[in-house]
Write a protein that binds this ligand. Structure first.
Ligand code: BGP
Length: 493
């Protein structure tokens, strides 16, 4: 194999991915309103290594917060102080050679309650500064409109995305930022991982389960339906406002599903579970609900309310590309109760004997990434963008200010090699932004100790620390990978 065979395409985007609520902090500065993420608690009773993606916030919690009696710490309020340190952080990303940075715009920074008729200028000015700083370093912003947060007022007033009332404020927000940043941002994502509504309907959709009588599954799909509509309307607004070269995509947490055995019933179960993972992209790329979804809702006794005109809205707002986060694969088996976990990150998942797992129990499967990319390309024939992938691990900061994270290098190298194989298979892949290029607050656990970065941030789970940024061993490694356009990855181990 020659060096040329080992390099990625010249226009392939290289970088990292973040979310406003996990990095910015400054939760009450610059006119920002409170967001749903500001109420996500770090729970010291959940041990490091134990996953906790399913946490929910309740209406009772919000009442207690208002009364000042809600216990706990709320790390997403301070993040890693990107709000004040973004220049330093972007300089480090530039040193890594990034050509893209995925980040999200905090909706309540722009519309503090979601209900204002005019945006908050200080919030808009903040993102202007961030985008200008990125562009000055040759880094393209890849922007998610709503990454696991919304103004808390929309949750209190409407119970979040369970209500159609959220659509209009969201589209107003989308129009505002499309108009403001039309010349600065080329790639947009409407929502982060809608499919995770099934796992935490508060995180994904701002819904309080103690404020509804409907089942959690019905709530998740109803909220998703409203997000589909909002996304489609935002796409339509984007076509009007953005320049022709702009691209608007969707993204899901892609979980590659394998049958646990060649038994046809297991293969069928795997197909069904897989369908419920690609349901979100099916709707958003093809513009209509697939037949299997309608059957699933009927079989499960779920009533999802559609209004007249919804089908037309979905058909008119299809996306240009599919973004995925890819962390793991999943085994499916026809067994009692299998349907209850269908489409979810299932804690009781069967163990694949051929694969190891991370400290947090996430199955590591680089070949699954190649399979997934091929499958998505076969299904849609639109470009795929790997907008998240990475290893959450506890890192050890040594006395000499070094972090020897060879495990992270191994993880990322193995995935990038498989991504390159997928490109060689003919898949159109726009780029790769690894999750958390700088350590940030965990989405699922609100821990700081679950670290993904090339850059270590000196802060603990309680927000104590100097916030110093320190290059890990993986920093130089990723810099060399980008500089060589992948040639230094070598070939599969
Ligand atoms: C994805 C989310 C991110 C992120 C990542 C890792 O599902 O889009 O926001 O944080 O997972 O998850 P965690 O932070 O729980 O390790």
């Amino acid at each position: 194999m020659t060096t040329d065979d080992l390099t990625f395409p010249e226009d392939f985007l290289w970088g990292g991915a973040t979310a406003a609520n996990q990095i910015e902090g400054a939760y009450d500065e610059g006119g920002k309103g409170l967001s749903t993420a500001d109420f996500a608690r770090y729970r010291p009773d959940v041990a490091d290594g134990q996953d906790n993606f399913t946490f929910e916030v309740t209406g009772a919690d919000l009442d207690a917060a208002e009364a000042g009696t809600l216990p706990g710490v709320f790390p997403k309020r301070w993040g890693i102080d990107f709000y004040h340190r973004f220049r330093e952080d972007i300089a480090l990303f530039a040193e890594l050679g990034f050509t893209a940075l995925r980040l999200s715009i905090s909706w309540p920074r722009i519309y503090p309650t979601g209900l204002e008729s005019e945006p908050n200028e200080a919030g808009l000015a903040f993102y202007d500064e961030v985008f200008d700083e990125l562009l000055a370093h040759g880094i393209q912003p890849v922007v998610t409109l709503s990454h696991y947060e919304m103004p808390i007022e929309l949750t209190k007033r409407y119970n979040g995305w369970l209500s159609r009332e959220c659509i209009e404020p969201y589209v107003r927000f989308a129009r505002t930022v499309f108009t403001r940043y039309r010349d600065k941002v080329r790639h947009w994502l409407t929502f982060n991982e809608m499919n995770m509504n099934l796992t935490s309907v508060y995180t994904g959709a701002g819904v309080l389960m103690d404020r509804t009588d409907r089942s959690v599954r019905e709530v998740a799909y109803q909220a998703t339906h409203h997000q589909f509509l909002a996304s489609a309307l935002a796409v339509r607004a984007g076509r009007e406002i953005l320049p022709p070269e702009a691209r608007i995509g969707t993204m899901i947490n892609r979980i590659e599903v394998y049958p646990a055995s060649p038994r046809p019933a297991d293969v069928l179960q795997a197909m069904r579970e897989d369908q419920l993972n690609v349901f979100y992209t099916d709707v958003q790329v093809r513009g209509a609900y697939p037949g299997y979804a309608r059957r699933y809702f009927a079989d499960q006794g779920l009533t999802i309310e559609f209004a007249e005109g919804d089908a037309e809205i979905l058909a008119a707002g299809t996306v240009d590309f599919v973004g995925i986060s890819y962390y793991l694969s999943h085994l499916a088996k026809d067994r009692p109760g299998a349907d209850e976990s269908i489409g979810m990150l299932d804690g009781s998942a069967l163990k694949n004997p051929f694969l190891d797992a991370t400290q947090w129990g996430w199955v590591v499967d680089p070949v699954g990434l190649r399979i997934t990319l091929n499958r998505l390309w076969d299904r849609y024939q639109v470009p795929v963008f790997v907008v998240e992938n990475g290893l959450g691990a506890e890192d050890q900061l040594e006395a000499d200010d070094r972090v020897h994270d060879q495990y992270r290098i191994d993880y990322l190298r193995d995935h990038l090699i498989q991504l390159r194989e997928a490109i060689a298979d003919g898949v159109s892949v726009l780029g790769y932004t690894s999750w958390g290029p700088i350590d940030l607050i965990s989405c699922g656990t609100s821990q700081m100790s679950k670290r993904y970065g090339f850059i270590y941030v000196d802060q603990d789970n309680y927000g104590r620390g100097s916030l110093r940024r320190i290059r890990k061993d993986s920093f130089a490694w990723y810099r060399d990978v980008i500089a060589s356009r992948g040639a230094t990855l070598g070939t599969a181990r």
